[in-house]
Design a protein around this ligand. Structure first.
Ligand code: ADP
Length: 237
């Protein structure tokens, strides 16, 4: 009698690693949420009584937990980025609008310009949203300290079909020496300072865009900052 294990196709080491990463990052979510909740309760219940030293330690634990949560979330997204695509027509302008609402709670938090023809594109809406969320989130995060982020998003239909989307900012820019590696997993540029991050966001974007059959890149923005761009092919490619 054949067992299930014997009939299963052997997985490549990369598939196996990805499955393991998905499982580990997924299974980390609920114990982490529980630890975060208990640390918050500790802080609320004893923060006043135990004084400054205790509150400083709790704040450091909370920062560490936030970093671990972000890493678990990013690893999960990275492992999922090349799952089967759920393709459907996506109204790009609506997705950008939603992402901007999430990131820019008040108008003075960022100056946003939208431009272009905003075609509807065949894409996996959830994954495309993730790409725009990362690029727009970075445009805000990597603004120089004490400057209002200026973000320009535009989307144009390409002559042969498909779309090119650009997210430009007035941020700290990408040093020449980091250019080649900026889309590599875990790479963070020399000028990030103490801004939080895992170095996985752009690697996830690249996987998602390439999985759709598109390309992604980053250029200097004339006048300062960076201009990220990506393309998506037309429906029949
Ligand atoms: P992170 O979690 O570090 O933000 P990303 O993969 O999103 O990871 O980005 C990788 C690195 O690229 C960042 O650490 C940062 O150094 C650089 N970077 C990304 N977006 C921008 C931007 N808009 N302006 C300047 N640097 C950026």
């Amino acid at each position: 009698m054949q067992t299930l294990e014997q009939t299963r196709e052997p997985e490549s080491p990369e598939d196996e690693l990805r499955a393991l990463m998905t499982m580990a990052s997924h299974d980390l979510k609920s114990p982490l949420a529980s630890v975060v909740a208990h640390v918050q309760m500790l802080s609320e219940d004893y923060g006043d009584a135990l004084g400054d030293g205790f509150r400083r330690d709790i704040a450091a634990i909370e920062r560490g937990l936030r970093r671990i949560s972000q890493l678990a979330q990013d690893l999960l997204q990275y492992a999922r980025a090349d799952h089967a695509l759920d393709l459907a027509p996506v109204a790009l302008r609506d997705v950008v609008g939603e992402v901007l609402t999430d990131h820019v709670a008040a108008p003075d938090q960022a100056l946003v310009t939208l431009d272009g023809s905003w075609p509807t594109v065949p894409a996996d809406a959830g994954l495309l949203r993730h790409v725009l969320d990362n690029l727009i989130g970075n445009a805000i995060k990597y603004a120089p300290a004490d400057t209002t982020p200026q973000i320009e998003v535009n989307a144009v239909a390409l002559p042969g079909g498909g779309v090119r989307v650009e997210v430009a900012d007035n941020g700290i820019g990408i040093p020449e020496s980091d250019r080649a590696r900026v889309f590599d997993a875990f790479h963070r540029c020399a000028n990030t300072g103490n801004r939080p991050g895992t170095g996985l966001g752009l690697a996830i974007c690249r996987r998602i865009v390439e999985h759709h059959g598109g390309r992604i890149g980053a250029d200097d923005n004339p006048g300062g900052g960076t201009r990220f761009w990506f393309t998506l092919p037309p429906a029949d490619q």
